[in-house]
Design a protein around this ligand. Sequence first.
Ligand code: FES
Length: 175
Amino acid sequence: MTTEASAEPTRRDFLYIATGAVAAVGAAAAVWPFISQMNPDASTIAAGAPIEVDLTPIAEGQDIKVFWRGQPIYIMNRTKKQVDEARNTPLADLKDPETDQARTKEGHENWLVVVGICTHLGCIPIAHEGNYDGFFCPCHGSQYDSSGRIRQGPAPLNLPIPPYQFVSDTKVQIG
Ligand code: FES
């Protein structure tokens, strides 16, 4: 008797929950096609379709990581100090000599866009770490400067720059 009484509300609750869940899924299914048709589908992105990234949420001195072709891409809004350090570094100090100007876009010098894959054995370096205000790879200690150039450790090359362009002052297209 007691069991019957307590079991009944539980079953009813389940029915309410189940009905609510179906309604929520139905609403999501109705909205999703309108949202998803504005973006390339997952297979197109995986195949290398360009992606657009809004830069407005990235404050000076901060960075975000996005994914393009399955690769992590760091987008760093560099401080003036970081830009100056990168530009004042003599090329003779670099293992893989490249100017900061060659690695950034004119008129958008504060923005660094690099593939976040260590050129040693492929770990993902950590931004804003290490001795050069750039990136530090925790696997074997490679350090990259604020231009993503290799400065210390076993990595042989700079972090690669993916193909990208500014489509406006606040939006970048990668790929
Ligand atoms: S993978 Fe980065 S230092 Fe080895």
